[in-house]
Design a protein around this ligand. Structure first.
Ligand SMILES: *Cc1c(COP(=O)(O)O)cnc(C)c1O
Length: 791
């Protein structure tokens, strides 16, 4: 391996060892690893083709991948070999591995789910493609300027992305605009604008390198890169105008994950990658099989949310306009290929596009949507409309064109049936199914937590990595003193490592024996970072009032980005930083309370923080978090959860046991009832002197003396429009936190509860989730060996 690295350094990068930078060494190592992936990858592709396997196509606007190098190393079983080789070359292995920039092609949970699914599909040996967009700029980078969020563009492609293969020969022409002509019965779309989608392939090889799938990301290029005539006239800007316009489509990731803005560019992005993916899979099918009517036997298309919902009309368009099928048959055939995952009940997040915009950008698709709507109304009169109030409703479109629709946790699926799609569910009572989300144990335990991984492997051997339910065997160790000590030691070493990193990045010294209380996720009102912060201020007050009490020392850790246009979320960030500044400077609570907010939360930071957490904050307003996956990562790594009965928290609590979970707050149905009570938030505030005091302090500028009015808006919102019931759940949350304090004082008991969490989380492997999709939705088989291994 050492020689291979030197060879790559020299012949692929053109450097000699003396002149190589950390980045050069990292690239050379990555290229050596990539060579090893390629054999499995090409072999898998060939086997899928020979066996005429059904393939899964996972269409997602986002893939939040993070760094790949450690995945590649450990999935190939080369951990020791890679470290030895790099060290023999006199280089710092950890520094080299950490040099890779995060591929941040996603906002949060939805994109991270897609990345975990790719890992599980490959590990299970299910032939699959992930399809998405190769954004030139991923999610913005966050920094704090005087406590306020500042955004700057992310530039992961400023260095070469070593894992990918450019496929200049994989090209599809994507049209926009224009008009539709008719010749007899046959429609032809004449777009007035074209771009080319080019594929970039990244191999995704599963655990132990037995199977490899492809993540194919599309980049937009101009059809004619360059207008020579303008150039020769000296008009250089005009000469490259078409190039600039085309590239705009794959330029940036929309940084907004729960609200949709009706931007034309966003619609174009959605159509661009969906159409390229559908054309790509159709070409593959026609080459391999040739019978268009056999498509559903060979193709399962999963739509990750409504962003690729245009897949339905696009597939119908190709079937009718290019392959000559009748409309009714095309709709039925397309539906048999398509399935749709719903991720949110928040009404503002369900995509709707103005019909006028649609007519301008996708005229033929609008016609087809009208036909789909007419067919649905003819078959089921009074069915909810796809076209309503001048909008195209993408949720209804996705539902009607899918043979299965799934929610992402038991509670969420239940609410999908009762709320957003209640009427469609009545008409199609077997269409909605549940597939509770999961996380890949390769990244979220084996990779990110070597201390705990080694302890588990000592006990169980290493087959748990692809069969996570084996962790249940650890339950027998809950009263085993020496095992519990080793488990505590693993956590403590992670906390020491995190403390060192926090001290370097935030300049705050932490006590590794304090309770590390962590809330990391997108900043959103429904996730209630604000409630966590109010509780922190209340605790600070109480510590100052009663300095002699035996307080449990706490470190409050926050992390997360706010969408740049989400004003309230940005105010919450500012408030957290303001409170942190005052509290961390207070000698009265030194050693007892610390607040840190390291900027630019991403996958790599999650991998650092989660193994060091004692307490996991999963405190969303019940009924609002579809599933959550952060909650699973923490529990798997031995953190106890303080949480509401929301999303997958419900199922996590069922698995780990109610005695090992700090539950508080209103239930989803209580939330609905409470919202109907007039003046509920003022009543809650009046009933809580503790909360009143905190709100008063913030209102008076106690934490922002240089700008005492800074947080008036937030506090006023809590009095008058507390849509997410922060005030109603506050007391219950505060009391539950104090209960956690008491439990934490008995560190041995805490560790035993934490162990019960780790040992009970096997079901939350994304391997289980993917097996559920394969069985209930895709009817796709894994090759025998992979199925047996995971059985
Ligand atoms: C897991 C993960 C998320 C999702 O977290 P939730 O707590 O489920 O919202 C978001 N961002 C990153 C970087 C993650 O790793």
């Amino acid at each position: 391996m050492k020689n291979d690295i030197l060879k790559r350094l020299r012949y692929s990068l053109g450097k000699d060892a003396g002149a190589a930078s950390v980045q050069d060494w990292r690239m050379a190592l990555s290229l050596v690893l990539r060579d090893q992936l390629v054999d499995v990858w090409l072999d898998s592709a060939r086997r899928a083709e020979v066996n005429a396997s059904k393939r899964v196509y996972y269409l997602s606007m986002e893939f939040l991948i993070g760094r790949l190098i450690e995945d590649m190393i450990s999935n190939l079983g080369l951990d020791a070999a890679a470290r030895d080789a790099v060290e023999a070359l006199g280089q710092d292995y950890d520094m080299i591995v950490h040099d890779e920039p995060d591929a941040a092609l996603g906002n949060g949970g939805l994109g991270r789910l897609a990345a975990c699914f790719m890992d599980s599909l490959a590990t299970l040996g299910i032939p699959a493609f992930g399809y998405g967009i190769r954004y030139e700029h991923g999610l913005f980078e966050q920094s704090f300027v005087d406590g306020a969020q500042a955004e700057s563009p992310e530039t992961w492609l400023s260095q070469r992305h070593v894992w990918e293969f450019e496929r200049p020969e994989v090209q599809h022409r994507i049209g926009f605009g224009g008009h539709v002509s008719r010749d007899g019965g046959r429609a032809t779309w004449h777009p007035d604008n074209m771009v080319v989608a080019t594929g970039y392939d990244t191999p995704v090889v599963g655990w132990q390198g037995e199977w490899g799938n492809t993540l194919r990301l599309w980049s937009a290029k101009p059809v004619n890169p360059f207008d020579l005539e303008s150039f020769n006239r000296g008009d250089y800007l005009a000469a490259s105008r078409s190039e600039a316009l085309a590239r705009t489509i794959s330029r940036v990731l929309y940084p907004d994950d729960t609200t949709e803005n009706g931007k034309e560019l966003r619609l174009k992005q959605e159509y661009f990658f969906t159409a390229a993916s559908i054309m790509d899979l159709m070409c593959r099918h026609m080459e391999e099989d040739g019978d268009i009517r056999a498509l559903p036997e060979h193709v399962a298309i999963q739509l990750n949310d409504t962003h690729p919902a245009i897949a339905g009309p696009e597939l119908v368009r190709l079937l009718v306009d290019d392959h000559g099928l009748a409309m009714a048959e095309a709709i039925t055939l397309a539906r048999r290929c398509l399935a749709y995952t719903n991720h949110t009940l928040l009404p503002e997040a369900l995509e709707r596009w103005p019909e006028g915009l649609f007519a301008r950008v996708l005229p033929r698709h609008l016609e087809i949507i009208r036909e789909i709507e007419a067919a649905q109304q003819a078959e089921f009169p009074g069915s909810p409309h796809i076209l309503e109030h001048g909008d195209v409703c993408m949720g209804e479109l996705a539902f009607v064109m899918a043979h299965k629709v799934n929610g992402v946790s038991a509670l969420h699926t239940d609410l999908v049936k009762k709320t957003v799609f209640a009427e469609l569910h009545r008409i199609h009572p077997t269409r909605i199914v549940n597939q509770t989300n999961g996380i890949t144990p390769r990244r979220w335990l084996h990779g990110c937590n070597p201390a705990l991984r080694d302890l588990i492997t000592q006990q169980l051997g290493d087959t748990w990595v692809s069969d996570l339910e084996q962790l249940a065997a650890l339950k027998a160790k809950r009263s085993d003193t020496s095992f519990i000590q080793a488990f505590q030691q693993a956590k403590r070493s992670n906390k020491v490592a995190l403390s060192n990193w926090i001290s370097e990045t935030c300049g705050v010294a932490l006590d590794p024996d304090a309770m590390f209380d962590v809330q990391i996720k997108r900043i959103h009102e429904y996730k209630r970072q604000l409630m966590n912060l109010l509780e922190t201020v209340a605790l600070w007050n109480e510590m100052r009032d009663d300095p002699d009490r035996d307080w449990t020392p706490r470190v409050k850790i926050f992390g997360g980005k706010a969408a740049p246009g989400y004003v309230l979320a940005k105010q919450i960030i500012h408030l957290i930083n303001d409170v942190a500044r005052v509290v961390n400077a207070d000698p009265a609570t030194k050693g007892r309370l610390r607040i840190v907010f390291p900027p630019n939360y991403n996958v790599t930071m999650a991998e650092r923080l989660i193994p060091a957490a004692d307490l996991s904050e999963q405190i969303s307003t019940a009924g609002k978090e579809a599933s959550g996956t952060g909650n699973m990562k923490f529990a798997l790594n031995g953190a106890l959860t303080i949480g509401t009965l929301d999303g997958a928290n419900v199922e996590i609590r069922d698995h780990v046991g109610s005695e090992n979970f700090f539950l508080f707050g209103l239930t989803a149905s209580e939330v609905v009832d409470r919202r109907h009570q007039h003046g509920f938030s003022r009543a809650a505030i009046e009933a809580s002197p503790r909360l009143q005091r905190v709100l008063g302090q913030i209102f008076e500028g106690r934490f922002s003396p240089e700008d005492p009015h800074r947080h008036h808006g937030l506090i006023g919102m809590l009095y008058d429009h507390d849509h997410f019931l922060v005030t109603c759940d506050f007391d219950s949350y505060y009391d539950t936190q104090r209960r956690a304090d008491v439990v934490f004082q008995n560190s041995r008991n805490w560790a035993s509860m934490a162990l019960m969490n780790t040992a009970s989380m096997g079901w939350f492997s994304s391997d289980r989730t993917i097996q559920g999709y394969a069985r209930d939705i895709w009817q796709a088989d894994a090759p025998r060996s992979a199925l047996e291994r995971s059985a």
